[in-house]
Design a protein around this ligand. Structure first.
Ligand SMILES: Cc1ncc(COP(=O)(O)O)c(C=O)c1O
Length: 370
């Protein structure tokens, strides 16, 4: 049985490609790798992606939320695991009990982590997040050394790591990232002089892992690149990387409509002549955006999505395809014959980025692992 016989729409995940992308990063950077598997591993399925990343040589996993971390532990993934975002105080003990590392940026969080740790009998492992210019999350750089001292002197809490995040690492213009890195390294110098040396020092996302190299960091945090997707139009992956995800569907119906027939809600598309129209069981509830224009592959040809995208379905104009039939495979992202549609192309069409496209493929689309 192929997927075509089993599902209306599905995502295929090439786990070997994911492992091989991670291996490339580990070998090239010569650093430990924290595979970023937040947001259901950028839509790829967190548990399977995490396992494949570990197979490829990652030694850490990074997520954004407690629930994401607990899902990995529930799947018996015991690798070191960092929650890079906010964890409510009332849930910190859940993380501490499962040896999940927390990110902190305020002293109140450190006190909370200490008291939650005392409830569990374990130590709280924390990474200090330093804001060097992203202005999103983190202690301001001028207060970072004090925070590191507070953490180091708080019983029950271990300053396991320190990190920052770059705002513009994927741009040709590297000066803003140089500036952020410089501030971070100056902070490390100052901590070093106070004998504060966290075991893990990290700053590099995918783009920075590709373009930068420093022996001041010992862990890199790639996300998008492990899925074989380009960090940006300016920061392209080397050819060794392979995309991990394809998104497919089947034609649920194919019909010839006479001229002048309105198609879909609002009849925004009206047939000009006898036209072959196909219905695809994929809609905006699956993550297919309502933006126009949109294209998919059928019979190895690019065909336009016509008319409004519905919640669960959409129509395509199939005149370019010879012998299109219900049950034929449709490719939304991926290859068919000698044609391919990348997540980057779809992102450009939708006025967004590849990250958003793959994260937006909803949970109801079945993930099939290879
Ligand atoms: C703190 C942090 N580190 C690393 C990453 C991975 O970034 P990328 O997917 O660009 O490699 C992200 C992703 O947004 C992040 O928020």
């Amino acid at each position: 049985m192929t997927e075509r016989n089993l599902y209306a729409t599905w995502v295929e995940i090439d786990l070997q490609a994911l492992s091989s992308n991670v291996r490339w990063i580990a070998q090239t950077t010569q650093k430990s790798v924290m595979a970023i598997v937040k947001a259901n591993a950028y839509g790829h399925g967190s548990v399977q992606a995490a396992r494949a990343a570990l197979k490829g040589g990652a030694t850490w996993l990074g997520v954004a939320r407690l629930e994401e971390a607990l899902d990995l532990r529930a799947a018996d993934i015991q690798a070191p695991l960092l929650i890079m975002g906010y964890v409510p105080v009332a849930r910190m003990a859940d993380a501490i009990r499962q040896q999940i590392s927390l990110t902190v940026w305020e002293s109140a969080q450190v006190q909370a982590a200490a008291s939650q740790a005392s409830l569990t009998g374990d130590h709280a492992r924390v990474h200090l997040k330093v804001d060097t210019g992203m202005s999103r999350l983190g202690v301001q750089i001028e207060h970072a050394a004090t925070m590191a001292q507070i953490i180091s002197s708080t019983p029950g809490v271990i300053l396991e790591g320190i990190f920052t995040h770059f705002a513009r690492a994927d741009e040709h213009e590297q000066q803003p990232t140089d500036q952020q890195e410089k501030q971070f390294f100056a902070l490390l110098d100052s901590l070093h002089s106070q004998s504060i040396q966290p075991a893990w020092i990290h700053a590099y996302n995918s783009a920075a892992s590709l373009w930068r190299s420093s022996n001041r960091v010992n862990l890199v945090r790639p996300g998008i690149s492990i899925y074989g997707l380009h960090p940006s139009n300016e920061c392209l992956l080397p050819p060794a990387f392979r995309p991990v995800l394809s998104w497919k569907a089947v034609l649920s119906q194919v019909k010839t409509l006479p001229p002048g027939r309105g198609v879909s809600y609002g009849h925004e598309y009206i047939t000009h002549a006898n036209e072959l129209i196909g219905t695809i069981p994929v809609g905006y509830a699956d993550g297919l955006r309502r933006n126009k224009p949109n294209e998919v592959l059928v019979g190895g040809k690019r065909v336009p999505i016509v008319a409004r995208v519905c919640m669960d379905q959409v129509m395509v104009q199939l005149d370019a395809v010879q012998n299109a039939h219900a049950g034929d495979e449709v490719v939304i992202i991926g290859s068919q014959g000698d044609q391919s549609i990348t997540a980057e192309e779809v992102g450009a069409r939708w006025g967004t980025i590849n990250y958003d496209v793959v994260c937006g493929i909803s949970a109801r689309v079945v993930r099939v692992y290879r």
